[in-house]
Design a protein around this ligand. Structure first.
Ligand code: FES
Length: 165
């Protein structure tokens, strides 16, 4: 019985994170018990892909939340054209005014094409030039290809926060 308890204690120490195990032994270690990626990456901003996690390219991603620094040069296209295809995070971003932005999936509902988009500011529609389907940018009205999925956005200072769901 006593041996069984000792084995259980040994098994417990073998299975907990090393920091906790060392604490049992009276050793202080400044390290968390995370077992892997904390789902935070930085980089890849712009409208042509990218994905460099080691340099600041204008956005951060934490879980489903993407925070975009709108004043970063990688988002100049958004400011000058009023929209951009942010391919690094598979989204279209549309500027309504200085305080209002919308974000959409860049996967065309028709066949999933992500890179054939244009925007018609007269009709307020995105057009997927793969087969010509059009999608309203109000997040509700169906275009010729249906409704383009819209994400939740909010603006805080120069940051645009997009919740991808
Ligand atoms: S894939 Fe976009 S219109 Fe067909």
């Amino acid at each position: 019985m006593k041996k069984d308890l000792k084995n259980k204690r040994r098994d417990f120490l073998m299975n907990v994170c090393p920091t906790v195990a060392m604490a049992f032994l009276g050793i202080t270690v400044l390290e968390s018990c995370s077992s892997g990626d904390d789902d935070m990456d930085i980089g890849g901003g712009g409208n042509n892909g990218g994905g460099n996690n080691n340099s600041n390219t204008g956005y951060t991603k934490n879980g489903n939340t993407i925070t975009i620094n709108l004043s970063h040069s990688n988002f100049n296209t958004l400011q000058s054209n009023g929209w951009m295809n942010f391919t690094a995070q598979n989204m279209l971003i549309l500027k309504i005014d200085n305080d209002t932005y919308r974000a959409f999936t860049n996967s065309c509902p028709h066949q999933g094409t992500r890179t054939a988009w244009t925007y018609n500011s007269s009709s307020n529609r995105f057009i997927c030039n793969n087969h010509g389907n059009q999608y309203a940018s109000d997040c509700t009205t169906a275009g010729t290809g249906g409704v383009l999925k819209c994400y939740t956005t909010s603006k805080s200072g120069s940051n645009l926060v997009v919740t991808v769901s």
